[in-house]
Design a protein around this ligand. Structure first.
Ligand code: SF4
Length: 341
């Protein structure tokens, strides 16, 4: 067979593979060959460069299923990338996640495909803000959501993700009457409530919010409940407390996916980033999902085309963290692994 014939054969095989993953249901007929050409080339270059692709659940299913090697929420990705044998890590997620991967894997090259993959929570607080908070509340431990810069992590005592924040805060309260929790004020208030604590008295909060999760309307949940009897509503812990009060389950993305997997409701209302619902639909095609979702512009700035461009010219997209900052941030991240175990 000539080179053109081999190419066509490989492309047809890739189309078949993506169809087997259910991705054809997301593409119009003429779009699937274009997606397959991209995933084929990305997977080839990835192997050639001994790179691993981490894909957060808010990425598109084409990225998660088509080219992702390690997939999950921010806790799972941070944990999994510690064990990779690859020379480099391509992070299809936002910048703070890639920084965390770099801190945990200082000898590896880490890249993010988009320069716009920031996060409103991460941008809400600086290391100087944390130092000021510590000066105002001397002796209190600083518990920091993973959605923060390396410099902020370096000023912290322990990092948490939405998957383990409640458990770690509970442990912190065994030794302290009061803690500082940054930067998500809604998640902090939701956790305080779950632990029977009072914001201001038992927990000092910052003002950060997630621009995706802060805007959902709790009134709409009542409308959906009337329309879909037996509906179970799930919301991410970054949502405001009035919204959390209106749903049946609050958790991180990993918890929400496990909840869906282990229950059998008539319908699920997923109050979170849209990528979660898209993935849930592909994973559980027999379940009925109602999306009350919003797109994260930071997460969605990454596309298959940007991943391919990175593989062809990685240097401008490399993520670095100064060694002194990384060493202090690593101590706080490792405290999380210790307390979450
Ligand atoms: S969904 Fe919210 S918390 Fe997550 S990356 Fe986007 S802005 Fe940040």
């Amino acid at each position: 067979m000539d080179a053109a014939g081999l190419m066509t054969g490989a492309l047809n095989e890739e189309i078949k593979r993506l169809t087997g993953l259910g991705l054809h249901r997301r593409c119009v007929e003429e779009d699937l060959p274009r997606v397959a050409a991209l995933t084929l080339e990305i997977n080839r270059l990835k192997r050639e460069r001994n790179a691993v692709i981490c894909a957060h659940v808010y990425q598109t299913p084409e990225i998660i299923l088509g080219v992702g090697d390690l997939t999950g929420d921010s806790y799972k990705l941070a944990d999994d990338c510690r064990r990779t044998a690859a020379d480099s890590i391509i992070f299809c997620g936002v910048h703070f996640m890639a920084e965390t991967a770099k801190i945990l894997n200082p000898s590896k090259k880490v890249y993010v495909p988009s320069a716009n993959a920031g996060c409103s929570l991460s941008e809400a607080i600086t290391a100087a803000d944390v130092r000021k908070l510590k000066a105002e509340h001397p002796g209190l431990p600083v518990v920091t959501y993973i959605n923060t810069s390396a410099e902020v992590k370096a000023e912290s005592d322990c990092i948490v993700t939405s998957a383990n924040a409640e458990k770690i805060l509970r442990r912190m309260y065994e030794a302290h009457d009061k803690v500082i929790f940054i930067p998500d004020r809604f998640m902090g208030a939701n956790l305080a409530r779950a632990l029977g604590k009072t914001p201001g008295r038992d927990i000092i909060l910052w003002t950060g919010t997630c621009i995706v999760h802060e805007k959902f309307d709790p009134e709409l949940i009542k409308v959906y409940r009337r329309r879909y009897p037996g509906l179970v509503a799930l919301a991410h812990a970054e949502c405001p407390t009035e919204l959390i009060n209106a749903v049946d389950y609050m958790g991180g993305t990993g918890d929400m996916m496990r909840y869906v997997e282990n229950t059998d409701a008539a319908a699920y209302l997923l109050v979170t980033e849209c990528g979660f619902g898209e993935l849930a639909r592909l994973k559980f095609p027999k379940k009925n999902f109602i999306a009350m979702c919003r797109l994260c512009p930071y997460m969605k700035s990454i596309t298959l085309a940007s991943v391919l461009a990175l593989l062809k010219d990685p240097a401008p997209k490399e993520v670095t963290v100064p060694a002194a900052v990384a060493a202090r941030a690593k101590t706080a991240i490792e405290k999380m692994f210790e307390l979450a175990a």
